[in-house]
Design a protein around this ligand. Sequence first.
Ligand SMILES: [Zn+2]
Length: 164
Amino acid sequence: MNKAIFFDRDGTLNVDLDYLCDFEKFQWIDGAVEAIKFLNDNNYLVIVVTNQSGVARGFFTEDDVKIFHNQMNEELKKFDAHIDEFYYCPHHPQGVIVKYKIDCECRKPKSKMIEDACKKFNIDKSKSLMIGDKIRDVECGENAGVRSILFEGGNIFDLIKKFV
Ligand SMILES: [Zn+2]
């Protein structure tokens, strides 16, 4: 079985700007690239689980989200690092785009994104970790049965080194 580190995206891997989808404004959190590279080199899958209700709210499209994620991996290539998979929830019950205006099973703190990843990648939850800057990230991990830690700012690699 595989082991994984699940990351929230906005506020955890990159600086949180409201409904970010313009890659020009993208900025890594301190230590994020080093953390990803370290995990790549130590046989951890690196998996992003992110709520992107900006899709439901009509601020950007799913394609924009996918392009954004591809650009993150393009940036990581410069450091010989990569994110293995991105899971995102485009829904929100108060959205304006009908297709996405649902009370879904994937929006954190629900655990479907982690559950789906665990099935797809044959992940051993007991050897894995969820990290995010919001309580709902911790709840999401716990709902999936994965040990979870809250990132409260600073250098994220320093935090991860304490747990892996
Ligand atoms: Zn959803």
